[in-house]
Design a protein around this ligand. Structure first.
Ligand SMILES: C[S@@+](CC[C@H](N)C(=O)[O-])C[C@H]1O[C@@H](n2cnc3c(N)ncnc32)[C@H](O)[C@@H]1O
Length: 263
């Protein structure tokens, strides 16, 4: 199924529900709740990523950047990082690419973007990384404007995932690649139990101690459990129009790198 043109998308009805972590909430309320989480943790977000993942998020993001494969020279290469937050992925892409590589970070949360914009200035790459506030469900970029669209640990926070995928498809050029890094499902016996314990017992406590917000990190853990299994998510990517859709589990299925092409 391909979504109808954006102007014909239905509004959320009063009875449409979704989940916010393990809670059932009206669809129209989810974005506000997600925004509160990231306003609260923005300043501590990058430190928390290192602490929670033991630094592993760096390796997962490096795998994403390797797949993006930005050209080394002057050749123009425009990449869009959706739900790009503090610019961690964007900064890695410009560091890997040549002078022609430019990344637009689009995120709904101004606090996350502000942290990213400061980082880009500190690293002297603010001419190649642009931070723009926007909703992944309704992008303000023209059709076929980007060579690559990435989204890392963002898609599960978006209330209407099918719309975000349709928008990613719309703004990609023909021959462009969509790459999505997201938490997945652990399928290694033994590791799954350890991961469960760590997620529900340890992460919210680190969240409380470091970011001063236990609930925000409880939401993040619960939202991982509610996210579709990798095969189901790959089907959603296909339904948005992408071809040669595939995914690669990493770290025993803790995360998966999903890929699709606009052909
Ligand atoms: C877990 S963070 C990921 C940040 C970054 N991609 C990273 O990997 O470090 C999720 C991000 O999704 C953003 N987000 C949530 N809903 C969004 C939406 N509808 N459109 C754009 N960004 C959204 C949040 O503001 C937050 O910055």
């Amino acid at each position: 199924m391909v979504l109808p043109a954006k102007d014909n998308w239905p509004m959320a009805g009063p009875t449409d529900d979704t989940h916010f972590g393990f809670e059932t909430v009206p669809l129209r309320d989810k974005q506000g709740r997600v925004d509160d989480v990231f306003h609260s943790v923005a300043r501590r977000y990058d430190l928390m990523n290192d602490l929670m993942s033991g630094g592993l998020h760096r390796a997962w993001k490096d795998a994403l950047v390797t797949a993006v494969n930005p050209p080394k020279g002057d050749m123009p290469f425009a990449s869009l990082d959706l739900a790009g937050g503090t610019g961690d992925v964007a900064l890695r892409i410009v560091a890997a690419g040549g002078a022609g590589t430019a990344v637009t970070v689009c995120d709904i949360n101004a606090d996350m973007l502000a942290v990213g914009a400061e980082r880009a200035i500190q690293r002297g790459v603010n001419d190649r990384v642009t931070f723009e506030q926007g909703n992944a469900e309704e992008l303000h970029y023209p059709d076929r404007s980007f060579d690559c669209v990435t989204i890392a640990f963002g898609v599960r926070n978006v209330p209407r995932i099918d719309r975000a995928l349709a928008e990613a498809f719309r703004v990609l050029k023909h021959g462009g690649r969509f790459l999505c890094l997201e938490f997945s499902s652990v399928d290694v016996p033994g590791l799954d139990m350890l991961y469960e314990l760590y997620s529900f017992q340890v992460i919210p406590r680190i969240g409380e101690a470091v970011a001063g917000d236990r609930e925000a990190y409880r939401y993040l853990v619960e939202s991982i459990r509610k996210f579709p299994k990798p095969k189901a998510f790959a089907q959603m990517i296909e339904q948005a129009g992408f071809r040669r859709v595939s995914f690669t589990p990493m770290t025993g299925g803790v995360v998966a790198l999903h890929s699709g092409w606009r052909l």
